[in-house]
Design a protein around this ligand. Structure first.
Ligand SMILES: Cc1ncc(C[n+]2csc(CCOP(=O)(O)OP(=O)(O)O)c2C)c(N)n1
Ligand SMILES: [Mg+2]
Length: 577
């Protein structure tokens, strides 16, 4: 029997390393999913919402580096994939979307559920193909796979059902993907860089996700240069642990001495980072060098004195023997001391936590970090969960931390954790969820976790608020508006859905409740943690407009009769502000 186009598709995807396809079946996808069933080499993960499957795929693809497939059918199902594909684009995850398309005979007739994939996916996809003829199959499938893996991002194959069911012109053959090429700056630029480093009295490093493969080299360079190392959120998990020069993060959710370190150094090395908050980066008083394998990142957040294209591992490896060791450690000592004092400040609500009700989220997160295993994987929803992850969950050589750091979509943590629980069986996968995020998308697919008995631990920050926006509005001087809502008892809801539910209202129950959740291996757990909705999360460095904004907002709230709210906000945060 001759192979169908859909058979060739799954055969090539399986050979490229795809282990799972997340999605929802229907019309155009039926022959495609039938071929997946026949293939047997790829597991189909049926979900309740395509976007949930998409986020699960992003986390799996980001951490494993292998391509992961997602599918949605025709217009509406395909639209549901979009947000996750944007996330894949921004976070750098090789996700291949199979978009069910209308029959090839009715393309461009405004048919039911018809969607132009080229236009629709333009912002997200690195490569979009519409398979309208079986002869295209090998070429476009191969391009979609290689682009996703080598350029690290999403690609889309739109396939009408009739083409998927057609006989294939190609027979499946072996399929291999080259490892990423090694990229080093040109010698003239490299020599300039060495001179700049040798001439600078003090150097600071600020790193991002690009340090993932070159972490040990960056830590060694920092040691040699006596340079403090700050990091963007995406650099935290690589540069924080086992690094005596680590000075934390900067930015709105940051902590530690990174802001001072990068502003007070003579020379700043920005390594593999596209940190988007320009106002937290130094101006012309600090010389800046940026090294990134993506030339588009160079100079776009701040003007740099030298921009080099290269991957961090090979560029920093070459730098190590070329630069002179610095002997004066005063600058580093000063930045480490500043970081230490901020750490002490951060501990305030962790140490006082056992006696404060409602539960302080700082205490909850720090306890979670303490109890989780050394190779736990933590995921944070966009919202205040990110702040507590940044400040109170500590990474380690084998721990992993992930969030929608560059796309910043809500409702990401639970599906990320689900995807990694499937890809890394036996590891603790912990989602720190906002109550807004969890009710946006986490609830429906809790049923998927229940059906598969996937041991995901979801800790819900039950603050009955879009708290991050509540803080944001005050920071901008607005009266908080549209941010409050009411919740059910999530532990009871979880139990009714077949998951384990644990409700924690009292600070005295935090440790025991979290320990019980982490020990449960028989399926998903929902920890409903009733936390303080007035826990303010100020950055370690507050720009003047932030201070002005809060002052203005508090004044406006008092004038509009909300004095009680202002008093709560002030009294519950005086220790830290
Ligand atoms: C899909 C999506 N919608 C809206 C936003 C804007 N937004 C960012 S954080 C946030 C609030 C999150 O609330 P919640 O999940 O309850 O977490 P909390 O901040 O309260 O901990 C909102 C609405 C977003 N980033 N993504
Ligand atoms: Mg909330």
């Amino acid at each position: 029997m001759s192979k169908k186009v859909a058979d060739v598709l799954w055969d090539m995807l399986a050979k490229a390393g795809v282990k799972r396809c997340y999605g929802i079946v229907g019309d155009a996808l039926n022959p495609i999913v039938d071929a997946l069933r026949r293939n047997g080499g790829i597991e189909f993960i049926p979900v309740r919402h395509e976007e949930y499957g998409g986020f699960a795929a992003v986390a799996e693809a980001y951490f494993t580096g292998n391509p992961v497939a997602v599918c949605g059918t025709a217009g509406p199902g395909v639209v549901h994939l979009f947000n996750a594909l944007m996330d894949a684009r921004k976070e750098g995850a090789p996700v291949i979307a199979i978009a069910g398309d209308v029959e090839s005979s009715i393309i461009d007739t405004s048919a039911l559920e018809e969607l132009n994939p080229y236009k629709f996916f333009e912002a997200a996809s690195l490569y979009t193909a519409r398979l309208v003829n079986p002869e295209q199959a090998r070429a476009v499938i191969s391009t979609a796979i290689r682009t996703a893996v080598l350029e690290k991002g999403p690609t889309v194959l739109a396939i009408p059902g009739d083409i998927a069911s057609a006989d294939s012109a190609d027979q499946p053959s072996d399929f291999t993907i080259a490892a990423p090429a090694i990229l080093r700056p040109a010698d003239t630029d490299f020599d300039k860089l060495v001179r700049m480093i040798d001439e600078a009295k003090t150097v600071a490093i600020f790193g991002g996700d690009g340090c993932r493969d070159g972490r040990d080299e960056v830590v060694e360079l920092a040691r040699k240069l006596k340079a403090p190392v700050g990091y963007a959120f995406r650099g935290k998990q690589w540069l924080e642990h086992d690094n005596p020069n680590a000075v934390g993060m900067t930015g709105l959710i940051g902590y530690g001495g990174a802001y001072n370190a990068i502003h007070e150094a003579e020379l700043l090395l920005m390594l593999g980072t596209d940190f988007p908050f320009s106002e937290f980066l130094p101006g012309p008083s600090v010389k800046k060098v940026q090294i990134d394998k993506n030339p588009k990142h160079i100079g776009r957040r701040t003007a740099v004195d030298l921009g080099l294209v290269g991957d961090i591992k090979s560029t920093v490896s070459a730098l190590l023997p070329a630069v002179r060791e610095k002997t004066n450690g005063d600058f580093l000592a000063k930045q480490l001391a500043h970081t230490e004092s901020f750490h002490k400040l951060l501990q305030h609500y962790v140490e006082k936590g056992p006696s404060i009700k409602p539960i302080r989220p700082e205490f909850l997160a720090a306890t979670l970090s303490e109890l989780a295993s050394d190779d736990a994987m933590f995921f944070a929803d966009t919202g205040t969960a990110c702040i507590w992850l940044a400040r109170h969950i500590f990474g380690g050589r084998n721990r992993r931390l992930f969030g929608s750091f560059s796309w910043a979509s809500m409702a990401d943590a639970a599906p990320y954790a689900f995807g990694c629980a499937l890809a890394y069986p036996g590891r603790q996968c912990i989602a720190l969820c906002g109550d807004g995020g969890f009710t946006m998308m986490g609830l429906g697919d809790l049923l998927t976790q229940v059906e598969r008995r996937t041991p995901v631990v979801q800790v819900i920050l039950n603050n009955e608020k879009f708290d991050f926006v509540h803080i944001e509005q005050q920071e901008a001087g607005f009266i908080p508006f549209g941010v409050d809502f009411k919740n059910p008892n999530f532990a009871k809801v979880a139990e009714a859905m077949g998951a384990k539910g644990i409700r924690i209202e009292d600070p005295g129950d935090v440790r025991e409740g979290l320990a019980e959740a982490l020990a449960y291996k028989d399926g998903p757990v929902v920890v409903d943690a009733v936390v303080d909705p007035f826990a303010l999360a100020m950055p370690s460095h507050s720009p003047l407009h932030t201070v002005k904004g809060f002052t203005l907002s508090f004044a406006r709230q008092v004038l509009s009769g909300r004095l009680d709210t202002v008093i709560k906000e002030m009294t519950r945060n005086v220790g830290i502000v």
